[in-house]
Structures are given as structure tokens and as C-alpha cells.
Design a protein around this ligand. Structure first.
Ligand SMILES: [Zn+2]
Length: 214
């Protein structure tokens, strides 16, 4: 089944400074003053709202996050289980699940990305690819050892980052709860705001919001 591409969210202001109008396609008539948008000036012409989702193939040295089932835009709720992986310098994803370590499997085209390399030296990056390949081949990460709650994708990612010494730079990597609370949750919270807006626009065709929010 081929899914239609996701639509881009656009934002513009027509007549009121306090009100942003968010839509996929700019409506013919302003929802506030009813004027023909094509024949009248907009206070702020339409611009694209940046999507929080990235194709993992376009990332490097990152942690990538997606719902275990489905996609963020279509399936995500705040109850959803998340699946995480790590990308190498070429954007190849390594992730661990009940089949063992997967390398470059499908389904990472629209993920949330955690870049952890902003504050670290090139030394980490030089070792990253080799270390990741070796780490993923270790007997700790066979499918037989996988356990949905106690030995899963998060353990794989966190232990890899620790093996690399990244916990010296980011103490949050030392355990799963601080990793999730400080790194994963702020990202998924932001993604959830975008998802809510996207679904509202899909249903209503446009949404008006006070301009401070966006
Ligand atoms: Zn207007």
C-alpha cells in the first residue's frame, strides 16, 4: 500500500496581527474578514512550518525515534510505545528488536531525531561507525536475549552511547529514565503538538491560533 505524502503545514496572517491561520492550502477567503485572499494583502504571507520529522537516512551520529507501530502523524498517541535506533555517519540505522539487531530496515523515513554530537569532539565521531558495527555484533544483542521490557531497543541505544563514552558528556545517558525524561520526552512532546495541529487541519481544513503559540 502506497501512502499519500504528508502535507506541509503553512501559516499566514491575513488581517489580524494576533491570529495565525494554519492550513495545508491557503483558503480562497480569509476565515476572519471573509475577504478574497488572492486579491488582498496578507499581513504575513504564507510560510512553511518546519516539520519535526526527518528521514533517518539524512541524519548522522544521531538517535532516531519512531512509534513501534505505524507512523507519528497517522498513529501516534501519548500512549504509544516508541522504538529507538542509532544512525552512523551515512545515515544507516541500527536498531534492536525481537529479531536481533536490524541494520537499515524500513520505516525510519519520518522519525524524530536527537542529535547528541553538538557538544562533543571529533574523536567520538571518528570511532562511532566502527564501534557501532562491533557493538551490534556482540552476543548481548541476539534475538534470544531480547526482552520487551528489560532488554530492548532503549538498552541497545543507551549502552552503545555509554560504550562510546558519551555519558561523560551527557550524564542523562547513564540510565534509561533520565535518558527518556531529558532527551526523548521533550522531542516527542514537540512532535505531539505538531501532530495535533496536523490532524486538526486535516479535519477542519484550517485552524486559527493566537500568534504567540506558533
Ligand atoms: Zn482577513
Amino acid at each position: 500500500m502506497v501512502e499519500p505524502p504528508d502535507e506541509d503545514i503553512r501559516c499566514f496572517q491575513h488581517c489580524q496581527r494576533e491570529v495565525n491561520i494554519l492550513c495545508f492550502r491557503v483558503p480562497d477567503f480569509c476565515p476572519i474578514c471573509k475577504a478574497d485572499v488572492r486579491k488582498s494583502a496578507s499581513r504575513i504571507p504564507p510560510y512553511l512550518i518546519t516539520s519535526p520529522f526527518t528521514n533517518a537516512a539524512q541524519t548522522q551520529y544521531s538517535v532516531v525515534i519512531k512509534p513501534t507501530i505505524g507512523t507519528f502523524l497517522r498513529d501516534y498517541t501519548n500512549q504509544s510505545n516508541l522504538h529507538v535506533g542509532v544512525t552512523d555517519s551515512h545515515g544507516t540505522v541500527y536498531d534492536y528488536d525481537e529479531d536481533g539487531v536490524n541494520i537499515n530496515s524500513q520505516g525510519w523515513e519520518k522519525c524524530v531525531v536527537l542529535e547528541l554530537t553538538q557538544h562533543i569532539s571529533g574523536e567520538f565521531m571518528k570511532r562511532w561507525d566502527e564501534k557501532l558495527l562491533g557493538f551490534s555484533q556482540h552476543s548481548d544483542w541476539t534475538k534470544y536475549r531480547y526482552d520487551e521490557s528489560s532488554w530492548n531497543c532503549f538498552d541497545f541505544v543507551i549502552q552503545f552511547l555509554q560504550a562510546l563514552g558519551m555519558d561523560q558528556v551527557y550524564p542523562q545517558i547513564r540510565n534509561r529514565s533520565s535518558f527518556c525524561q531529558d532527551f526523548v520526552q521533550p522531542k516527542t512532546y514537540k512532535a505531539a503538538q505538531y501532530i495535533t495541529l496536523y490532524r486538526d487541519i486535516k479535519q477542519l481544513s484550517y485552524v486559527c491560533q493566537p500568534s504567540q503559540i506558533t
